[in-house]
Design a binder for this molecule. Structure first.
Ligand code: KG4
Ligand code: ZN
Length: 357
């Protein structure tokens, strides 16, 4: 079976074709980073317009690189949420139109399920049951995956997502957009002995997260440095970056250890944009080794938003017998837990929330 996947939930247009025998046949990604950089963050209306410009040329490119004709496809799937509604609608409308014209079914895919299943595109792949740490710009959650489509949220962020905290802290330190990778790069030059930031919510039981206080801690430290006789130096910024990254990574590591102990499973899947962070990868490796558990990541290009994870998650829905209809679905907010035991395409709930959030 072959599935064309379309991702347009935020600032990346991602297209891919997944083949159930050969894996990803071709994929393409267009990042809007430069477009949004001068505004210091994603401008939703600009994002939608840029998706309109790019989505069809990228589909043509991927179809041609995969050597695929429309008749070779079994489904067209698209990210239906969570995300920016205007951006989601571009992918959804294109997917539905192509599927209708080509006479194949089309399904909505949950963006976070895409991230969650992305490590399954690798070899070796994790097999359920496993625990997943999803760390992206919009979400931070620990999920117990009993089977594909059977998800129990063990904990999540009560305020900022980890990636969001990286982005906001980077902005506050004048590092620009996109913040996460820039902050991580600056942390490399930081002095580990200089500052120690708190590990939020690790001194009490439970698997929830909170990162907004850490951001304020950075702000106060920056202001203190600014008030010093020498002002805020380049080294101060690097040192704050190191302490911030270390605090986020250590907090995530402590909660992952707890989640593995709590569930007793021996496989940890880490996905979403922040899973590209090398410091996080190294730390989780240590945690897992101590528990004789294995850690699985997507390859770097599939950590951040991409079409491959959507094509693969859509293929799983196809296997699960999802039915198609003509509704164009886009949902700004969409809890992952609503997927449980549900045929997404049949779900009337997907449409209820389709107005802009
Ligand atoms: O999964 P993703 O591409 O988009 C969402 O679904 O949100 O994640 C993007 C997030 C951004 O917040 C970005 O700053 C963060 O992932 N990110 C990183 C790194 N690379 C991307 N954060 C820390 N270290 C990195 N190396
Ligand atoms: Zn994402």
């Amino acid at each position: 079976m072959r599935v064309l996947g379309i991702e347009t939930s935020c600032d990346e247009t991602g297209i891919a074709i997944y083949d159930s025998q050969a894996g990803i046949l071709a994929d393409a990604l267009y990042s809007q980073v430069e477009l949004h950089a001068e505004y210091g963050g994603v401008v939703p209306e600009l994002a939608s317009r840029d998706h309109v410009r790019k989505v069809i040329p990228l589909i043509k490119e991927v179809m041609s690189r995969a050597g695929c004709q429309p008749g070779d496809l079994d489904a067209v799937v698209y990210t239906a949420g969570p995300g920016l509604v205007g951006a989601l609608l571009v992918g959804a409308a294109v997917a539905k139109s192509l599927a209708y014209a080509w006479g194949v079914p089309s399904f909505p895919v949950h963006h976070m399920e895409g991230h969650l299943l992305a490590p399954m595109l690798e070899d070796p792949a994790p097999t359920a049951p496993f625990v997943a740490l999803l760390v992206s710009g919009g979400h931070t959650m620990l999920v117990s995956v009993k089977a594909i489509g059977d998800y129990e949220i063990l904990g999540e962020s009560l305020d900022d997502a980890a990636g969001e905290a990286f982005d906001k802290t980077a902005k506050m330190l004048g590092l620009g957009y996109p913040g996460g990778p820039r902050l991580a790069a600056r942390a490399e030059q930081g002095n580990p002995q200089r500052f120690r930031f708190p590990r939020p919510m690790t001194d009490r039981p439970g698997l929830d997260f909170s990162f907004s206080g850490l951001k304020t801690f950075c702000l106060n430290t920056r202001d203190e440095c600014e008030r010093s006789p020498t002002g805020l130096s380049e080294q101060d910024v690097s040192d704050i970056c190191w302490a911030f990254q270390d605090a986020v990574v250590e907090t995530l590591a402590i909660k992952c250890r707890r989640a593995l102990q709590h569930t007793g499973v021996k496989q940890l899947v880490v996905a979403g944009g922040v899973s590209a962070n090398l410091h996080l990868r190294a730390r989780l490796q240590e945690v897992a080794a101590k528990l004789r558990a294995q850690v699985f990541y997507p390859q770097l290009k599939y950590c951040t938003d991409n079409g491959a994870m959507i094509a693969f998650a859509g293929y799983q829905r196809l296997l699960a017998g999802a039915k198609t209809d003509l509704a164009v679905r886009a949902r700004a907010r969409w809890p992952l837990s609503e997927l449980n035991g549900q045929d997404q395409a049949d779900s009337s709930r997907v449409d209820q929330d389709s107005r802009p959030a």
